[in-house]
Design a protein around this ligand. Structure first.
Ligand code: FES
Ligand code: FES
Length: 439
């Protein structure tokens, strides 16, 4: 049992209960706010959307303990605003509401989009609502309605009023790294940064160590060699940061829909040891380093040494991932592809990233990585070394040997898609990467 203080629809709320409970369940069952609907409980339908601290969030993937000091707006609070009236009128004017089940989430997605981008293009509107499914496929009318609303809503003043509240600490919601590491050492807690993976499993008995408010884990800074990315930064923060290299921005933009990007973090993406982790693929191909710390010591290791296979990692029981150190130089010439079922679905069926750095006519660095093929992200630097020191012409001459080495080394496992299909995709992507570089 914890005490969590937050602002809900402009009212100060004190929730006393299980900090691992889902926000969606608490809203619907305990607070009688049923506007947020339960569609999938996996972050895929957007029916449960709410606004947390100005960001669109899937309430099914939020644990109550992460909300202390936050501001939450549901459709019941938003529909009392002037801005709601504009959206409501616009939706009504083009009959954009058919079933109503998806509409509360759709309206809040529309608000978040228009608050950040008052004059969106049609494509931006479609991206803004890409995580909100309309099962009766009324998208065209909805897109039209948001376009109409953008003309009226932009003339109004402030968006939904948010009143942040001073933070009252719960047991497991540290605000400093020191406190976080102490809790990690002393208690059996599961690190929770964005919750987008953890909350898919319904495990209210798990005790979380909430890291989303640890300031030292929310920075993006640079030193001489590295861009240092805090493990608890959200993907949206990474996408919007000026220091983020393009290759990482591109991969983060393809991590699910806006509500997932607003909550998911690279720390979680790396720690869950999934071979499908989109940001981890980029950290692997760029030979990034991980800064790990416990209450008593610190170490920085190459990310490839972090993964031990079979879902295991080198993270000690008392350690946390604090930062990812991404090399600053040599990342401009990259190739990235993610094959998935649909753009706003976060799970890759196969993904590929390649980097080729050419200096004075010779290849200085060649690195490729494949995701979602076996139980770890594939990265064979010994094969890539074949290309290093070669001119493009020389690389062309050994291309066959290089491809054959990968053909032999990649042994896909059967998953949602077949082995041959996955192998063909890998080889096609590798070939496309080489061809894009004239090899
Ligand atoms: Fe579907 Fe939350 S219920 S995204
Ligand atoms: Fe709700 Fe289409 S209007 S599913």
């Amino acid at each position: 049992m914890s005490t969590i203080n937050f602002t809900l629809n402009n009212e100060k709320i004190t929730y006393k209960g299980n900090p691992s409970a889902r926000l969606l369940d608490v809203l619907r069952s305990e607070l009688n706010l049923t506007g947020a609907k339960c569609g999938c409980k996996q972050g895929e339908c957007g029916a449960c959307s709410v606004i947390v601290d100005d960001n669109l969030i899937n309430s099914c993937l939020v644990a109550m303990g992460s909300l202390d000091g936050s501001t939450v707006t549901t459709i019941e609070g938003y529909n009392k605003t002037k801005r709601f009236e504009s959206l409501d009128n616009a939706y009504e004017s083009v009959s954009a509401v058919q079933c109503g089940f998806c509409i509360p989430g759709m309206i809040l997605a529309s608000e978040c989009l228009l608050a950040k981008n008052p004059t969106p293009t049609e494509q931006e509107i479609r991206t803004g609502i890409s995580g909100n499914l309309c099962r009766c496929t009324g998208y065209n009318a909805i897109v039209k309605a948001i376009g109409i609303a953008s003309e009226t809503i932009s003339q109004e003043t402030a968006p939904v009023p948010h009143h942040a509240q001073s933070q009252t600490k719960t047991n497991y919601e540290p605000t400093t790294l020191k406190e976080a590491l102490k809790l990690r050492t002393n208690l059996e807690l599961t690190p929770y940064a964005g919750g987008t993976d953890l909350m898919v499993e319904d495990k209210p008995e798990v005790k979380y160590l909430f890291l989303n408010k640890v300031a030292e884990m929310r920075n993006i800074v640079e030193d001489e060699k590295y861009i240092r990315i805090g493990a608890a930064c959200t993907f949206t923060e990474i996408i919007n940061h000026k220091l983020t290299p393009e290759i990482l921005k591109e991969a983060c933009k393809q991590i699910g829909a806006p509500a997932i990007q607003n909550a998911g973090t690279p720390g979680g993406n790396i720690a869950n040891a999934s071979p499908k982790a989109d940001s981890a693929l980029i950290f692997m191909v760029t030979n990034s380093m991980l800064r790990l710390a416990s209450a008593t010591k610190e170490r920085t290791i190459p990310i490839k040494d972090f993964y031990l296979g079979g879902g295991k990692t080198a993270l000690a029981k008392d350690e946390l991932i604090i930062e990812i150190l991404m090399p600053k130089h040599g990342l401009e010439n990259y190739y990235y592809e993610k094959i998935g079922a649909r753009n706003a679905l976060s799970i890759a069926r196969t993904s590929f990233a390649g980097i080729l750095e050419i200096s004075d006519g010779t290849i200085k660095n060649c690195a490729v990585a494949f995701g979602a093929v076996i139980d770890v992200i594939i990265r064979f630097d010994e094969i890539d070394e074949m290309m290093i020191g070669k001119t493009i012409e020389e690389a062309k001459a050994i291309k066959h040997k290089y491809l054959s080495a990968y053909e032999e080394a990649i042994k896909p496992r059967r998953g949602r898609v077949g082995i041959e299909y996955r192998k063909d995709i890998c080889m096609n992507l590798l070939n496309a990467f080489l061809e894009s570089n004239g090899i």
